[in-house]
Design a binder for this molecule. Structure first.
Ligand SMILES: [Zn+2]
Length: 93
């Protein structure tokens, strides 16, 4: 006799639209020409040199950065800083 197999829904594939894995977000920052430097919760804008704080509740969440990138005048002007930036320097003011 065959034992009826329990039908399990495909729980392994969780495809939420719009949400990406941290790895994908990291590679997004890494390949973004306007990212001077990035950490889990902050990014230095290479246009204006400001530190852009990211979502504090999740790592490498790029929503706030995307927002800055759309607004940043320096980015719009195409000004790219050629500096090696340090957080301590940027956090003044
Ligand atoms: Zn900027």
């Amino acid at each position: 006799m065959d034992v009826p197999k329990p039908r399990t829904p495909a729980a392994s594939s969780h495809e939420k639209k719009g949400s990406r894995t941290p790895e994908e977000r990291i590679s997004g920052f890494a390949t973004d020409v306007w990212v001077g430097r990035f950490e889990a919760k902050r990014v230095i804008c290479r246009g204006c040199g400001k530190t852009v704080k990211l979502d504090q509740r999740s790592d490498y969440y790029d929503g706030l950065w995307i927002k800055h990138r759309q607004r940043c005048r320096k980015i719009k002007a195409g000004v790219r800083l050629q500096v090696r930036m340090s957080w301590s320097l940027m956090e003044r003011g």
